[in-house]
Design a protein around this ligand. Structure first.
Ligand code: NOJ
Length: 570
């Protein structure tokens, strides 16, 4: 073995080989920071403006790091911040190696990384490589001639493919996935909007450039990537837009490269896939991407919220529980897009629409709802508290979208997904304290029950009964329960159809977490083996004594309980 091989073995072994359950000691899981982190997603442009130009900026984020620390955030996920025409809010990158000058400078970015590190937090960033902006110099060059230097970095067809109008990601807004380029008279492929031409990963130069981009940002201090549009990146070009062939090897390649540069760097994939396909993304032995958003459970969770019927949710959880040791789910309630309900049956989706997004203006792309969580829940604090308790106790890593911790609302006058991307509401002064400018580049929500004078961070920070306080104490409770991110989860029968009961086991400790999805008080009966009692982890709440190897737990409407068997502390 030469020196390089030996070195690589040392770098990879703890991270790659752990997927193989027989070799890996269980405790190795504790090495993975992403297993039990609290991730907070923000867009720099709408978070905090530091220089009064009406748009949020990197220095604004730096000013608010202590707020995030106080909330309990471990990892900040930055939405795209690279130079971009902004036609898809930054998911149309025009320069992979820069910082959008409207958001700050490379120096500001370095300062952000320093300030984040100083507070013991990490930053992950969106890696948008399925496509570039049509304003990217590569594409501008590629469309100049069929022989252009960057021509083969994109996917072309001399004739209009038969499936040109199949597989649009934004139906209703996007008309095709192939569009004619008039200069060279050929069609280019774009899974997303017409201005987002897909890169051609069959071209080794594109893969090499991707490695450059990854290496570059790791060097800037990034801890990992939220990999955008994973199932589309791995499409084999021209294999059909309806049921394309997928190249899963790409995922282990990109992971290996990333870890060769930084052993603990992690990739969180955006892949809304069926449970049977999860293994291809995580890899059989965990050699694929480390994390994925659990879109499958998310959609069934919203069905359960809307209908009170928990059976499909429990089934979805069963189907996604088994993953390799080094892999992890990311759970979320709302993100920056529409809530995607495309994997529900038509009747189930209709139920969620009826309850949570009845107007057609609230719905989007024939599959989802473009509202924030609080409006979807009728701004009912009991339901919101229960939903967050659940988020922090699902078997994976929780991801919170900025403003959700306050119960912010949406602005349905804005187009498509911009409705859930309004500026952060910091206080009750002009423009919610987001900017000192007279006009914010995107309007702040000012009217009604979600207006900034009613919903803002400052006021909620002063009020210990606020949603913000509730969420920060739920985060603390989650942090005292390493079993959730590390242990084995089981969905338990509780004797009540309204209750979701999950048991976690890790290192000889057992947690039981219960949620009541109904507006009635309910009773759960659960087996506890030899345990004497369940210790209630919520302060001020009583413990539950076992009798005949069982416990009976009463939960109020939308109530929840976190218990550890025979132990109080982790
Ligand atoms: C998924 C992102 O979440 C979405 O906001 C974006 O429009 C598409 N990918 C295209 O990059």
């Amino acid at each position: 073995m030469n020196k390089t091989v030996i070195h690589l073995l040392f770098v990879f072994l703890p991270y790659v080989a752990v997927g193989q359950d027989k070799v890996a000691p269980r405790k190795i899981k504790e090495n993975f920071w992403y297993k039990n982190s609290i991730i907070y997603n923000l867009e720099i442009g709408v978070f905090k403006d530091s220089d009064g130009d009406g748009r949020g900026d990197i220095n604004g984020v730096i000013q608010k790091l202590d707020y995030l620390k106080m909330l309990g955030v471990d990892v900040i996920w930055l939405a795209p911040f690279q130079p971009s025409p902004g036609a898809d809010d930054g998911y149309d990158v025009a320069d992979y190696y820069g910082v959008d000058p409207r958001l700050g400078t490379a120096g500001d970015f370095a300062e952000l990384m320093h300030q984040v590190k100083k507070r013991g937090m990490r930053v992950i960033m969106d890696l948008v490589i399925n496509h570039t902006s049509d304003q990217h110099p590569w594409f501008k060059n590629a469309r100049t001639s069929k022989k252009a230097r960057y021509r083969d970095w994109y996917v072309w067809s001399p004739t209009k493919p038969r499936d040109a109008d199949k597989g649009m990601v934004f139906p209703g807004v996007q008309e095709a996935v192939w569009s004619l380029d008039s200069t060279t008279n050929e069609y280019y492929y774009h899974r997303f909007y017409q201005f987002q031409p897909d890169l051609n990963f069959m071209n080794p130069e594109v893969m090499q450039e991707t490695q450059r981009i990854i290496g570059y940002w790791l060097n800037q201090g990034i801890a990992g990537f939220r990999l955008d549009a994973v199932p589309f990146i791995i499409e084999v070009p021209k294999s059909g837009s309806d049921k394309p062939k997928l190249d899963f090897e790409f995922l282990s390649d990109i992971r290996q490269f990333t870890q060769s540069r930084q052993a603990d760097a992690a990739i969180l994939g955006e892949a809304n896939v069926e449970p049977k396909d999860n293994v291809n993304y995580f890899g059989k032995n965990g050699e694929g991407i480390q994390m994925m958003f659990n879109f499958f459970v998310n959609q069934h969770l919203f069905y359960a919220f809307a209908s009170g019927d928990l059976k499909p949710l429990k089934k979805a959880m069963h189907e996604t529980l088994e993953i390799p040791q080094s892999s992890q789910w990311a759970f979320f309630l709302r993100n920056h897009d529409e809530i995607d309900l495309g994997r529900l049956s038509d009747a189930q989706r209709q139920k969620v629409y009826d309850v949570m997004g009845p107007d057609t203006n609230m719905q989007l792309y024939d599959r989802g709802i473009r509202r924030r969580l609080a409006p979807m829940m009728g701004n009912d604090r009991r339901r919101l508290d229960m939903a967050y308790s659940l988020l922090f106790s699902l078997p994976g890593t929780p991801v919170v979208r900025y403003g959700e911790e306050l119960g912010m609302g949406d602005d349905l006058r804005l187009k498509e997904r911009l409705s859930v991307r309004t500026p952060m509401q910091w206080n009750g002064t002009k423009n919610a304290g987001f900017t000192a400018a007279d006009t914010a580049f995107r309007e702040v929500i000012s009217d009604g029950q979600y207006g900034f004078t009613t919903v803002n961070a400052e006021q909620q920070w002063r009020d210990t009964t606020s949603l913000l306080h509730r969420i920060s104490s739920l985060i603390q409770m989650r942090k005292s329960c390493p079993e959730i991110g590390l242990g084995d989860a089981t969905v338990m029968e509780s004797g009540s159809d309204d209750i979701l009961a999950i048991r976690y086991e890790y290192e000889g400790k057992t947690l039981m977490i219960l949620h009541n999805f109904s507006n009635k008080p309910v009773k759960a009966t659960l087996p506890v083996g030899n345990a004497r009692k369940l210790n209630n982890l919520r302060s001020g709440a009583g413990d539950i004594i076992a009798s005949n190897s069982r416990v009976t737990i009463n939960l109020p409407p939308y109530g929840y309980g976190w218990y550890r068997i025979d132990h109080v502390l982790p």
